[in-house]
Design a protein around this ligand. Structure first.
Ligand SMILES: [Zn+2]
Ligand SMILES: [Zn+2]
Length: 365
């Protein structure tokens, strides 16, 4: 079958026509890939920064943001039929730790997990893949044009829920219904993750401000349509000072300097959730005393959030439906380009303020 292969740490990706088709085993499902989203993780893997081929192989099929259709159902599988639309999750647990044994491989404690298209397991930039039902989420026909957004949305769902759970912990001592009004949220970065976070928070009734370093981009236009106030902070964070402080900040920019600055925008009892992955080598001076002192005196929380399990894909699906209801064609416009799989090189290279999400599609699919 045709597939996009990488051999990290060697940079580059190649298109092959003769990758072996996966074998359908009893209890699993064969899925024909329809679409694959491209993101920064793919770009990093193609650059050779990380990525691990499956054991015993020298190359890895790239791709984790997926959408496909069931082609064949293995012996003993119930609940899936040929023709069903599906999205597959990415991480596969270590099988040893408590979290992985309880369907929460996103919280794996041994670090011995694998991830399709990233670490130790072939991904979805191929004609087909084989998977067991526990890692597949069925998608209704009505969402098939935007279902490829489910994987990045699942990551957002986890991060937002983490913040909301923490806020609700603080709410418990207060009497229910006495909170003065909608919560205020700040979204940092307006790539696909930041944009989706803005939409989820709006759909949940938050008053939302989103910041990035650009004006008049497709992302800022969509956010504005959804009622999010967009502010360009290219000239510094003082631009958002008039907005005051926020109960929930969802960061999706991966800039460690900025992460520390964000504490200044966090309200008392506020939660800062980080999803952007900063470069490991970054070192710089910070006002640690001031930041940590305020964190203690104001009960502030900082949390990191990575990956997502099946439950968050299901939450994401509910939100995609809701986005449609609230904003019509808006979610579809997050996909700023569709290209045939053979143009994966151009798709991976495409980035910049005019690109939100590029999706690879099999021509004729
Ligand atoms: Zn991704
Ligand atoms: Zn584990």
């Amino acid at each position: 079958m045709r597939a996009v292969l990488v051999s990290p740490p060697t940079p580059g990706a190649k298109w092959v026509e003769d990758a072996p088709s996966p074998v359908l085993t009893p209890g699993s499902v064969r899925v024909g890939v329809l679409e694959c989203g491209v993101c920064g993780t793919d770009r990093d893997i193609v650059s050779g920064l990380y990525g691990t081929p499956p054991q015993g192989q020298t190359s890895l099929i790239l791709g984790h943001e997926n959408f496909g259709r069931v082609r064949e159902v293995g012996e003993g599988v119930s609940g899936f039929r040929v023709g069903d639309y599906v999205v597959a999750t990415v991480r596969r647990g270590c099988g040893r730790c408590h979290m992985c044994q309880n369907n929460s491989s996103d919280l794996c404690e041994t670090g011995e997990f694998t991830e399709r298209g990233i670490r130790g397991r072939d991904g979805y930039m191929a004609e087909e893949y084989v998977e067991t039902p526990e890692y597949l989420v069925k998608v209704p026909r009505s969402l098939r044009d935007i279902a490829v957004l489910m994987e990045p949305l699942s990551v957002v769902e986890k991060a937002v829920l983490m913040g909301e759970r923490q806020i609700s912990l603080w709410e418990r001592p207060a009497r229910v219904g006495t909170h003065p009004g909608p919560y205020r949220a700040l979204v940092v970065g307006t790539g696909a993750v930041g944009l989706l976070a803005g939409l989820v928070l709006r759909a949940e009734g938050y008053d939302v401000v989103a910041i990035d370093r650009h004006d008049d981009t497709p992302a800022s236009e969509l956010l504005t349509r959804a009622g999010v106030r967009h502010i360009n902070v290219a000239e510094g964070m003082q631009k958002i000072a008039p907005e005051g402080r926020f109960q929930l900040i969802v960061e999706a920019a991966g800039s460690p300097q900025l992460d520390f600055e964000l504490f200044r925008s966090l309200s008392p009892n506020g939660v800062l959730v980080l999803t952007g992955i900063p470069p490991a080598g970054a070192t710089f001076p910070v006002s640690a005393g001031e930041i940590l002192r305020t964190a203690v005196l104001e009960n502030q929380v900082m949390a990191g959030s990575v990956n997502a399990n099946r439950d968050y894909f299901l939450r994401g699906m509910r939100h995609l439906r809701r986005f449609r209801k609230l904003w019509g064609d808006l979610p579809g416009r997050i996909i700023t380009a569709r290209r045939p799989f053979s143009e994966f090189g151009e798709a991976v290279a495409a980035k910049g303020a005019d690109t939100i999400k590029t999706v690879l599609t099999w021509s004729g699919a």
